[in-house]
Write a protein that binds this ligand. Structure first.
Ligand code: TXA
Ligand code: MG
Length: 313
């Protein structure tokens, strides 16, 4: 079902991505499961294809370092690292630019964004042909090891994505190093393809993330974006002053304001809308945001995980 595209079929791969489809592609580290980073629907489809029980923030891939400032705030440290290591296996977590067009779901609702310019000619050609930033986690099902050949990708994702662009085996074979530059001290979030020593030569010592940095550290995302207004989960009626986040065509009446996660009761559509509607309703005029029950199937599990974390802050 998933088509294997030859390296020469860049334009076909690019057209699929522009049309909102998912395409796995080679980078110098591992194969990425790519989707249009500016499309909530495409990003939701990435999580669905991976079978991720949680919305982990994804790395957004660019074709050139000069684009980074469109999406994120670049300080002198970031500029230094970008100049030295891009294109290459280094991802930088930065603050979003004020008008950043990248889906909030891509960064799991955070005000930050992980960016990288991959050091693989085919990946760069593809990114240029698409003309948009591409969100791409490693192209494996959740909990499996990262794929370094197109065959690995197909063995897990056949039928779940439109195509895989076959560029042969990946050169580096482990994922990019992830450095967080959103605080005063640079943090090493994930060791990877660029040696830490090389980064420290330029920046000085890197710190390890502490529990205090939980929102930034992979796997420690307990207090991700949480709204200021309390969330009330599994709501079947509306309390005084509450806003409603509805799922499905029928909903309780009486809310001060109402937004749909998905009118037709579709969990993937709900995932695509989740962070945007939470932000839209996060206003002090509401006593709480009442959230209707979301089924524990497919992306519903990740939505419920996220909602529980946001509610128990
Ligand atoms: O080498 C790579 O980086 C590969 C290729 C395809 O580029 N991609 C990759 O993506 O490994 P993924 O989604 O499997 O890993 C993303 C890592 C996670 O550990 C995630 O927590 C972290 O980057 N990350 C992404 N955005 C973040 C953010 N805004 N804040 C903190 N961590 C972030
Ligand atoms: Mg991965």
């Amino acid at each position: 079902m998933t088509i294997r595209l030859a390296a020469s079929a860049i334009d076909q791969a690019a057209a699929l991505l522009r049309g909102g489809e998912l395409v796995a592609f080679p980078t110098e580290t591992v194969y990425g499961l790519g989707g249009d980073a500016t499309s909530d629907d495409s990003v939701a489809a990435i999580f669905a294809a991976k079978g991720r029980p949680r919305f982990n923030p994804l790395i957004v891939h660019l074709s050139h370092a000069s684009q980074a400032e469109i999406f994120a705030q670049i300080d002198s440290r970031a500029a230094l690292l970008m100049q030295r290591f891009w294109s290459g296996p280094l991802s930088l977590v930065l603050r979003r630019a004020p008008l950043c067009p990248i889906s909030l779901l891509a960064s799991a609702g955070l005000e930050t964004l992980a960016l990288r310019v991959p050091g693989h000619p085919l990946a760069l050609e593809l990114l240029r042909a698409v003309g948009r930033p591409i969100a791409a986690p490693s192209a494996n099902r959740s909990g499996r090891v990262s794929p370094t050949t197109a065959d690995h990708v197909l063995s897990e994702l056949d039928g779940h994505i439109a195509a895989v662009l076959d560029g042969g085996p990946c050169r580096v074979g482990i994922e990019s190093t992830v450095i967080d530059l959103t605080g005063k001290t640079p943090l090493l979030l994930r060791p990877g393809g660029i040696a830490i020593e090389e980064v420290e030569t330029l920046l000085g010592p890197l710190a390890a993330p502490s529990p205090k940095d939980a929102p930034r550290a992979p796997g420690m995302l307990a207090s991700h974006y949480a709204p200021n207004v309390p969330l009330r989960l599994n709501a079947t009626s509306i309390g005084p002053g509450e806003a409603l986040l509805a799922f499905g065509p029928d909903f309780p009446s009486g809310a001060k304001e109402m937004r749909w996660l998905s009118k037709r009761g579709d969990v993937e559509e709900a995932a695509a809308n989740l962070f945007g509607v939470l932000r839209a309703l996060d206003r002090p005029e509401f006593t709480a945001i009442a959230v209707m029950p979301i089924p524990e199937r497919g992306l519903g599990r990740a939505i419920n995980d996220r909602l529980r974390r946001a509610a128990t802050r």
